[in-house]
Design a binder for this molecule. Structure first.
Ligand code: HEM
Length: 460
């Protein structure tokens, strides 16, 4: 905690260039969190960073992090930069909403991701994981190199679409949704890394294709919602996010507009797919480079999942303890969201720092767990055993999913997807890293992804 009330201008921070400030150093190499971590080492837990037209605060100070996460939606809001980009792509929903609208969408959005709905999602997750394993069997037979991130991105898209829309992408008949969403994700990634928001002034052919993809995705979602509503009106039981929305709408609990429905579904898909793909890919990376851990996860999976590797129900997850610890440790070392951007709705003081309305605050919520040598001896090492019996991920100071009222509502689904996949894949294959195209690197867009991550598989 800062001892004296201080201002942002008085904080230490890196020198920058005229006009551009620290933006070039921040954006260099597509890994902004590395610059933020480096400056954290140099300037301490709370420092300032100059960006074009504004000065931002960067903090990893536990008391400030906690206060900023907790005081929402009243005092702090999500930073406008990412929210605006998502809204422009038709995804206005839980992630970007604020105030009373956020309260309403949070109530709607968490249906389908908790309790009985989450347990009901287990079948969708297990079926998608089995499909991926079967695809990889063919690669193991031919010795083909597997592009891990590509396949896991398909896996998590299949799951999140299935969970939100009861929609079996793997079995086809998706009305082109997968293709449309892939275009939307590519646009989001491009715009996140674009130095200028040119699309607000001029529409290039690529932007027009994205507009068309958004319109098509909207059409498919509303068509599905119409079907879900009819099924619920005939007395059906909600089994996925869309039918849960339809039920609430019909009961008059939460009347929904067409934009609410489209925005809620797109938000879940955008927020749920990339981060989970990144987290699972990092877990596979660590397993491929730690054959001893891989062998232990294989033995655990054989015991819990049985000889055919088919999980019975969600209770299997609680017994996949080492697989879960592998995912937790991968999240600690490579958090898909190394920072969250927030801003105060009015001038305020937090942890002794006076911050003006709209000042971007970069919260390095995962810095502590990635570097704290007291809690995590040799913190840079992958040691899943230290996660066994550890506090639940998402608790202070281990915050890969954020914290407070806006903590990630999809965290249990994400952990289910990653843990089950890790166990099923380890049971079926021996994985070895394939660096023939170069070493594994990292790149941050909506999530922190591994680059160049490939493995070679052989039947276990
Ligand atoms: C490993 C995977 C994931 C990670 C690391 C992750 C991380 C995060 C983080 C850091 C936040 C911001 C929390 C905050 O502001 O305090 C967030 C919010 C959110 N996440 Fe996730 N997430 C993951 C998976 C998912 C999944 C699977 C879904 C849905 C299917 C999802 C839906 C959301 C939504 C809707 C929000 C906004 C919540 C709000 O503002 O109220 N996430 N997530």
């Amino acid at each position: 905690m800062l001892t004296e009330p201080t201002t942002v201008a008085a904080l230490p921070g890196p020198r920058g260039l005229p006009l551009l400030g620290n933006l070039p150093a921040f954006a260099r190499g597509g890994t902004p969190h590395k610059a933020l971590y480096r400056w954290r080492e140099r300037y301490g837990p709370t420092y300032r960073m100059r960006l074009p037209g504004t000065t931002a605060v960067v903090t990893s100070e536990p008391a400030v992090v906690e206060a900023v996460f907790r005081e929402r939606p009243g005092v702090f809001r999500r930073g406008r930069f990412v929210s605006d980009l998502i809204d422009e792509l038709g995804g206005y929903g839980l992630f970007s909403a604020e105030g009373d609208d956020w309260r309403r969408l949070r109530r709607i959005g968490t249906r389908g991701l908790t309790g009985a709905s989450l347990r009901a999602s287990f079948g969708t997750v297990a079926a998608s994981a089995a499909r991926l394993r079967d695809r990889w069997r063919a690669a193991a037979d031919t010795g083909e190199r597997v592009d891990v991130l590509d396949d896991l991105t398909r896996y998590t898209l299949e799951v999140v679409t299935g969970v939100t829309m009861g929609h079996d992408l793997g079995a086809g008949g998706d009305g082109g949704l997968h293709r449309h969403l892939t275009l939307v994700f590519a646009a989001l990634r491009r715009r996140l890394n674009s130095p200028l928001p040119y699309w607000r002034f001029v529409r290039l052919p690529a932007d027009r294709r994205v507009d068309a993809a958004v319109a098509e995705a909207r059409r498919v979602i509303l068509e599905r919602y119409g079907e879900a509503r009819r099924r619920m009106a005939e007395g059906g039981t909600p089994g996925d996010f869309l039918t849960a929305l339809a039920r609430a709408d019909l009961d008059g609990d939460d009347p929904l507009s067409a934009s609410d429905v489209v925005g809620s579904v797109l938000t879940m898909i955008v927020a749920g797919q990339e981060s989970t793909a990144a987290a699972t890919a990092w877990a596979v990376h660590y397993l491929a480079t730690h054959p001893d851990v891989q062998a232990r996860v294989r033995a655990e999976a054989a015991e819990v999942l049985g000889p055919d590797g088919t999980p019975g129900d969600a209770s299997a997850l609680t017994r996949l303890r080492l697989a879960g610890a592998v995912v937790d440790e991968a999240l600690r070392l490579r958090p898909p969201s190394p920072f969250v951007i927030m801003e105060p709705l009015a001038d305020t003081t937090v942890g002794g720092l006076r911050v003006g309305k709209g000042t971007p605050i970069f919260v390095l919520q995962a810095y502590g767990s990635a570097t704290d040598a007291d809690r995590y001896p040799e913190p840079g090492e992958f040691r899943p055993d230290r996660q066994l019996g550890h506090a639940t991920p998402g608790q202070q100071p281990y915050l890969p999913f954020g914290s407070g009222p806006r903590v990630c509502p999809g965290r249990n689904l994400a952990l289910m997807e990653a843990t089950l996949l890790v166990a099923m894949v380890c049971q079926a294959f021996t994985m070895e890293p394939d660096t023939s195209a170069g070493p594994v690197g990292e790149r941050e867009t909506f999530a922190l992804f591994p680059t160049n991550l490939a493995v070679r598989l052989s039947a276990a």
